[in-house]
Write a protein that binds this ligand. Structure first.
Ligand code: SRM
Ligand code: SF4
Length: 571
């Protein structure tokens, strides 16, 4: 990766007093080793005792959590919290093989509370993992060439890629590109191999992290590849997004968008969600160099003193888009071409069977809230034993049984029937709704999300039905706090948690993720939410124009004001 720019992150790490505590911790961590290996041996606690190691483990894809349903009771009993861990797998483009699926299944049954979670960035999470199970899981994953490196932490996270098999004839090329970029931006430290696989440390005169240096990125950095007309990955929510552009001869290159991000903090008005800005076009052979160049700008100029202000979106707004673009071009050694025309149609998934020109069949399976319960695990285990293609995880937390050959289709269909896996009777509203995890595992949750969404949808479905709207496609997303892990600020209807049972309500996002929504009610309970929705959906049923989307209607009818700047502040 690029080392041509002065590595300001390494310069800065010399003057510790100018850096935030997290930057100092990273710099002193010996390239993410810290004392994690010792902490795993501590028998006194179910936690990893050093708070610095807890942070460093995120770079290894591991979060220390505790069961929040039990927190108060355990406090009363003077017991330590019910510590457990979440492990996130690195899975570029959300693709895995049946053998990998079977291993994930086996590990989830043995060590992960008999459940797996499909995430909004197309990967698997294990929850409910005890300290002693961390190594068995990571070594088990290694057996099928999976790992959890940089699934969290201040680095480039899992690279996303459109899954919709019908979205484009360039799908395979773009998926390969996503994997290439993911492999390229992965941290190079051997700490992971030493701690989790037990590899010996090998002395080397080579720099351990030629790109990242000792302090890695100022904050998480997210990359995604979209294939119009599908914007399932929500490209405008990525720090760096590539939008595939094809021509008569094949895939020509990508439009590049930068500076997307959802996270905001209710009490910090200077934080805001932002849509990524389009800066130009790069040909296929310049994609890796472009990723390098963009990341180098954020590495060198991102805020390393204030983590609330450290995402790339703030660097861009502080320095100016033109300045940032010029720096990227300098790093890349080339200028961007003018962006090419493209059009998105939806950010949802296409359910049922789809067939691609290569004759392969693909079946999208609905997974409510991304949660693979034991019933779904049983079904998918049987399917994985019979399936010869791949599985693809969608950014809407659903699942595609992909690459099914003609001769295999009946067998898969019979297994789906045998396990009663059918989308019949499930509304379009429900099939494309997203909920973040929230309680009981997420340490930052303020309100329920995954456990609340099914009931909330039932109530919204009733409103939609009462107003005679039929099976309407309206995007609904809930997050248990304003961090926005379900990408709520681009949904047509969104709730973000404020306190148990209380949410901010947002309306007016773009149907294919192209426009931010706006808050219409702050810190309200369900009756107030349903009242607003009843009114807005009722008006939509009566006053909408042909083909008009609910989010667009909310703007046109003046229910909320349009967000025109590509970002909104707390107002
Ligand atoms: Fe997220 C933190 C779950 C996608 C923005 N997110 C967390 C943590 C790790 C809580 C924590 O820091 O202790 C959550 C773990 C909960 C649990 O128990 O599993 C968590 N985020 C998730 C997942 C699992 C939600 C889901 O239900 O699928 C998603 C995992 C994605 C993955 O596979 O890598 C997930 N998180 C997102 C997204 C969506 C995306 O990237 O497309 C966002 C918004 C986009 C963005 O980054 O701006 C997102 N998560 C955050 C933030 C706010 C970041 C910010 O800039 O302010 C936090 C908090 C933080 O980083 O400080 C956070
Ligand atoms: Fe947790 Fe908040 Fe993310 Fe939901 S949005 S998973 S509550 S950090």
């Amino acid at each position: 990766m690029t080392t041509s720019t002065a590595d300001r992150s390494r310069d800065l790490s010399q003057s510790y007093d100018r850096l935030s505590a997290d930057e100092r911790m990273k710099a002193a961590s010996d390239y993410l080793r810290g004392t994690i290996a010792d902490g795993l041996l501590d028998r006194i606690t179910g936690a990893v005792p050093s708070p610095d190691d807890v942070k460093l483990m995120k770079f290894h894809g591991i979060y220390q959590q505790d069961d929040r349903d039990l927190r108060d009771e355990r406090r009363r009993q003077k017991l330590e919290p019910a510590y457990q861990f979440m492990i996130r797998v690195r899975l570029p483009g959300g693709v895995c093989t049946p053998a990998q699926w079977l291993k994930l299944d086996e590990l989830a049954r043995a060590h992960g509370g008999e459940t797996l979670r499909l995430t909004t960035r197309q990967t698997f999470q294990f929850h409910w993992v005890l300290k002693d199970s961390l190594r068995p899981i990571i070594r088990g994953l290694h057996e099928t060439l999976l790992d959890t490196v940089a699934a969290c932490g201040d680095d480039s996270r899992g690279v996303m890629c459109t899954v919709d098999p019908q979205s484009s004839r360039f799908h395979a090329e773009v998926a390969t590109m996503a994997k290439r970029v993911s492999d390229h931006v992965i941290p190079k430290t051997r700490a992971y191999h030493e701690i989790w696989y037990g590899d010996e440390r090998v002395a080397s005169s080579e720099p351990e992290e030629p790109f990242y240096g000792r302090t890695y990125m100022p904050r998480k950095f997210k990359i995604g590849f979209a294939l119009p007309p599908s914007n399932d990955i929500d490209v405008y929510a990525q720090d760096l997004g590539f939008i595939a552009i094809g021509g008569p001869e094949g895939l020509e290159g990508f439009n590049v968008v930068i500076g997307g991000g959802m996270g905001r903090t209710d009490q910090a008005p200077r934080t805001y969600p932002r849509l990524a800005s389009l800066i130009g076009f790069v040909p296929v052979d310049r994609v890796v160099a472009c990723a390098d160049a963009v990341m180098a700008v954020q590495r060198d100029y991102g805020d390393r003193k204030d983590r609330l202000h450290a995402r790339f979106k703030y660097t861009i707004d502080d320095k100016g888009l033109d300045w940032i673009k010029a720096e990227i071009e300098k790093n890349m050694g080339a200028t961007f071409d003018e962006a090419r025309p493209f059009e998105f149609g939806t950010n949802g998934d296409s359910f049922g069977w789809n067939t691609t020109p290569d004759g392969c069949h693909h079946r999208t399976v609905f997974v409510q809230g991304g949660r693979l319960t034991l019933r779904l695990l049983d079904a998918m285990r049987d399917i994985a034993r019979a399936h010869k293609g791949t599985f693809r995880l969608t950014p809407n937390q659903n699942l595609v049984i992909a690459g099914v050959e003609e001769g295999e289709k009946d067998a898969i269909e019979s297994l789906l029937d045998a396990h009663d896996l059918s989308e019949e009777g499930i509304s379009t509203l429900r099939k494309n709704a997203i909920a973040c995890v929230a309680f009981p595992t997420c340490g930052l949750a303020m309100a329920e999300s995954e456990r609340y969404l099914p009931d909330l949808l039932t109530k919204i479905e009733k409103i939609v039905e009462r107003h005679g709207l039929g099976d309407e496609a309206i995007t609904v997303r809930t997050s248990g706090c304003p961090n926005g892990c379900s990408r709520p600020y681009i949904a047509e209807i969104a709730l973000t948690g404020r306190a148990p049972g209380k949410y901010n309500l947002y309306l007016g996002g773009g149907f294919h993720g192209q426009r931010l929504n706006r808050m219409i009610r702050e810190n309200v309970a369900e009756p107030a939410i349903l009242e607003v929705l009843d009114d807005a959906i009722g008006r939509y049923a009566r006053e909408r124009e042909p083909g008009e989307r609910f989010g667009d209607f909310c703007i046109r009818a003046g229910i909320v004001r349009e967000v025109t700047e590509g970002r909104f502040f707390n107002d």
